[in-house]
Design a protein around this ligand. Structure first.
Ligand code: MLT
Length: 200
């Protein structure tokens, strides 16, 4: 997968896995990593799917309706890429914390829905429920931050609460942060994610 890797200054810090929104690139979330943990390694990946020229992490059939077969395939592809990247760059595979926005948050959620040891934690900015009707692995002890908007046109408040509850049923430690906004990523949400991250 197309990506960039930046080695951090402090080997005890985790590796931040950055996953952009639809139409983004691996450059987009670099400023977020600087805010959340400037000393961490950064692995920023570009989605392998193109929708009218816009990179994404999996196909969709329509807005908000996912191609589940592709979602499962692309989730496995990303999972395997993480194994390979850890080996290639020499970071600890067990210390990856995802930061995803929108489509990138959805594939990060899908990693957690499908694999027990995919991530050590996740900051999900405006995720949706990636897939329904599957049994989640035991996510005991995995911290998950969800940033949601009360007026998000892509994700209703009910869906954000459903996602929180699915993670909680799998024993993840969820923090749901609300913004009285839409789908956009605001400075206050990033600040909330940072405080949450520092309290881990
Ligand atoms: C998705 O397709 O993953 C969501 O609708 C969010 C987005 O448009 O990126």
């Amino acid at each position: 997968m197309k990506h960039l890797f930046q080695k951090g200054n402090d080997p005890s810090r985790p590796t931040l896995l950055l996953l952009h929104g639809t139409g983004g690139t691996e450059q987009d979330l670099i400023p977020l990593a600087q805010i959340i943990d400037p000393d961490a390694n950064v692995l920023s990946v570009r989605g392998n799917v193109l929708e009218n020229g816009m990179p994404r992490f999996f196909k969709r059939l329509a807005e908000g309706i996912f191609d589940e077969e592709d979602l499962v395939f692309r989730t496995k592809e990303l999972y395997e890429f993480l194994d390979q990247a850890a080996e290639k760059y020499g970071f600890d595979r067990g210390q990856i914390i995802a930061i995803g926005y929108s489509n990138g948050a959805n594939i990060a959620a899908s990693l957690l829905f499908h694999y027990q040891h995919a991530l050590k934690g996740a900051i999900l900015h405006h995720p949706m429920v990636p897939i329904r009707g599957i049994e989640l692995p035991d996510l005991s002890g995995i911290p998950v931050f969800i940033g949601a908007g009360t007026n998000d046109p892509f994700c209703s408040s009910e869906e954000s609460l459903e996602l929180e509850s699915l993670f909680e049923q799998a024993n993840a430690k969820v923090h749901l942060h609300w913004e009285n906004k839409g789908h956009q990523l605001t400075g206050t949400e990033v600040e909330a994610a940072r405080s949450w991250y520092l309290s881990k």
